[in-house]
Write a protein that binds this ligand. Structure first.
Ligand SMILES: Cc1cc2nc3c(=O)[nH]c(=O)nc-3n(C[C@H](O)[C@H](O)[C@H](O)COP(=O)(O)O)c2cc1C
Length: 167
């Protein structure tokens, strides 16, 4: 498969857990996309008005297709044969920081695959369409992970299924 980079954004750790498991299965490098203004948005955890407003803002940004500012990347995707890009689902769509990452690097992607994590049972096909459109490339494979299951423990079976589509 050659050199692989797994790049993801994660606000509450779910997408990070999946991304790191994929990277471990493939011996890939990890790009943990960081926002300039980090936010911790965990829909399941406790929280008050501040959290509620944060979720509303994030959902609205995704709804508008906004790219939100991110810190410089650690790795150059041009050095990789495959870049696997992961995002949480916000408001049934792609998140702003992952949109920003794709916009920054789209010319450097040779080949891409996508994954998402979401609270709901139905994967967001719109998210994958948005990622494909932003990359200007069809993914080699896609996978969706349910956050409840990811948090509960082992995702290795699903990860193996995804990875087997890539090799
Ligand atoms: C602002 C916001 C909007 C969300 N919108 C959706 C949604 O439309 N559908 C869904 O299934 N889950 C939604 N979720 C849940 C997240 O997609 C899910 O918890 C995800 O695994 C979080 O990833 P993370 O822990 O890596 O940040 C939303 C979460 C947030 C914070």
């Amino acid at each position: 498969m050659g050199k692989v980079l797994v790049a993801f954004y994660s606000s509450a750790g779910t997408t990070r857990k999946v991304g790191e498991a994929i990277a471990a299965a493939l011996g890939a490098d990890v790009e943990d996309i960081q926002e300039v203004k980090p936010r911790h948005l965990d829909v399941q955890g406790p929280g008050g008005l501040g959290k509620f407003l944060g979720i509303m803002v994030a959902g609205a940004e995704s709804g508008m297709g906004r790219a939100t500012p991110i810190l410089p990347s650690k790795y150059n995707p041009v050095d990789y044969d495959l870049v696997i890009i992961g995002t949480p689902i916000w408001n049934a769509r792609l998140t702003g920081p992952v949109r920003a990452y794709i916009m920054r690097h789209k010319e450097q992607f040779k080949s891409v695959a996508f994954f998402q994590t979401a609270a709901g049972a139905e994967p967001s096909l719109r998210c994958f369409q948005q990622m494909e459109q932003a990359c200007g490339k069809a993914p080699r494979a896609t996978a969706s992970f349910r956050s409840e299951k990811v948090k509960a423990g082992d995702v290795s079976a699903e990860v193996r299924g995804f990875v087997s589509q890539l090799v």
